[in-house]
Ligand binder design. Structure first.
Ligand code: HEM
Length: 425
């Protein structure tokens, strides 16, 4: 039993679970990851102190910080399963069912449910979306220019394009869009003391889930009556093994897509503007041949930002990873920002280097069946927004970010002023 083992096994002295750890800067966290990568690539970590489900036994988890191990765990789903949940803490099956959808499932259910939506994410479909993404990016940057220097970049730029894109893809009605974004952000920020202002994080998450479930059910009913060319229609009409998706399943899809689609690209956009401000020579290099270089640069935006910091697997059998024995039932957590700074794979990993090539980052996961479904959509948005920003407002600069603290999942920026003086072509 995993619980017995942990009582004899000491926890690592570098504690990756505390709120204090997640309140450190990315650079400070990287100092700790570097020690672990070098000395204890697989470390045994304490469980979350104040879990959402305190009645569930939780002895702790194995932390995986090296690039090669993250890739191995991601690509061996028959040993490292997702079906028991993908977050650090232990959660009951009902929680996964209601809010996680296929990201927290294993084959064959994962394969079937992912397939229902994957046709909306093919390169051809994404190309079809591109004109709309480009037009939305132009409007967003135009609005930012009108608001003027000193505006909060997160609220008025980085958050807007992902919200519009995912809302268009799902088919969220105009009047619901702000609420969807509000609840997606609330879920991501629920651990942040400033955001929750004394409220229980679990209460915030449950409130958001209830909203997502109710909205998805109402939308699905409406689409059954009036089908449209969007993801919600596909879900409302879909059958798996001859059965319609249940309301709960449709609701969980909605939660997954709303959160995955909003809170990742938005963080990458904010971290990237900060990096382009801090490293002007990189920005100058990009602007010498924007169209020729942006494709490669976007990969470095994602490696640098590493907006998703952890995902978990659970060992489905006794196994061994990097020489460490892992027992069936034990949790294994991948730390993507650490994999993305692994010097065995990335030369000078602390350097923001837009010309980095190859750049096999694990920002979208380490490969395997759960690899980010929205990777192409995200990259299309990043190209579009920076094309507009850097041409329309050529001297735009980021001020000091107010970073999200208390989340082990999102490397977030809550707000960040931006300044600019000139409007370009
Ligand atoms: C820079 C932006 C993004 C980053 C860094 C990111 C990162 C990730 C990561 C790390 C995973 C888990 C991979 C794994 O477990 O192996 C994931 C899964 C997923 N992402 Fe993204 N994501 C981004 C944008 C998006 C967007 C825009 C969408 C939707 C439009 C999206 C939809 C999904 C979905 C549905 C999954 C679950 C896939 C599965 O379990 O089969 N993501 N993403």
């Amino acid at each position: 039993m995993a619980g017995d083992i942990s009582q004899e096994r000491p926890y690592d002295e570098i504690d990756l679970t505390t709120r204090a750890f997640w309140a450190l800067s990315a650079a400070e966290r990287e100092e700790r990851f570097a020690v672990l990568r070098e000395r204890r690539p697989i470390s045994w970590q304490r469980p979350v102190r104040r879990p959402m489900f305190p009645h569930l036994p939780d002895p702790g988890y194995w932390a995986v910080v090296c690039y090669d191990d993250i890739v191995e765990v991601s690509r061996t789903p028959e040993v490292f399963g997702s079906g028991e949940g993908v977050q650090l803490q232990t959660v009951p099956p009902e929680f996964n069912e209601e809010s996680q959808s296929f990201i927290a499932m294993d084959h064959p259910r994962h394969t079937k449910l992912r397939k229902l939506v994957s046709s909306a994410f093919t390169p051809r479909q994404v190309q079809r979306l591109e004109d709309r993404i480009n037009a939305n990016a132009a409007t967003i940057v135009e609005d930012l220019a009108v608001l003027g220097s000193g505006t909060d970049f997160v609220a008025h730029c980085s958050g807007r394009l992902p919200a519009q894109t995912i809302a268009d893809m799902i088919g969220i009605p105009e009047q619901e869009r702000d609420q969807v974004v509000h609840h997606a952000n609330a879920t991501a920020q629920s651990g942040d003391p400033a955001f929750r202002a004394g409220r229980d994080p679990f209460e915030i998450i449950l409130e958001a889930q209830t909203y997502f479930q109710n909205t998805a059910i109402a939308m699905a009913e409406q689409r059954r009556r009036e089908p449209a060319d969007d993801l919600m229609t596909r879900l409302a009409q879909a059958e798996v093994d001859g059965d319609r998706l249940t309301d709960l399943e449709i609701g969980a899809f909605f939660v997954l897509l709303s959160i995955a689609g909003n809170d990742t690209t938005r963080q990458t956009t904010s971290h990237t503007l900060k990096a382009l401000t801090d490293f002007p020579e990189q920005r100058a290099w990009l602007m010498e041949d924007f169209e020729g270089r942006i494709g490669r640069a976007v990969e470095e935006f994602i490696r640098w930002a590493s907006p998703v910091m952890t995902f978990r697997r659970t060992a489905l059998a006794d196994t061994e990873l990097h020489g460490q024995k892992i027992a069936a039932g034990e949790k294994v957590v991948m730390f993507y920002p650490s994999g993305n700074r692994d010097p065995k794979v990335f030369a000078d990993p602390g350097r923001f280097d837009l010309a980095r090539d190859p750049n096999p980052h694990v920002g979208f996961g380490g490969g395997g069946p759960h690899f980010c479904l929205g990777a192409q959509v995200a990259k299309t948005q990043l190209r579009a927004i920076f094309r507009e920003l850097l041409h329309r407002l050529p001297d735009i600069r980021a001020g000091e970010p107010d970073y999200l603290t208390g989340s082990a999942i999102f490397h977030g920026v809550k707000s960040m002023p931006c300044t600019f003086t000139a409007a370009g072509s």
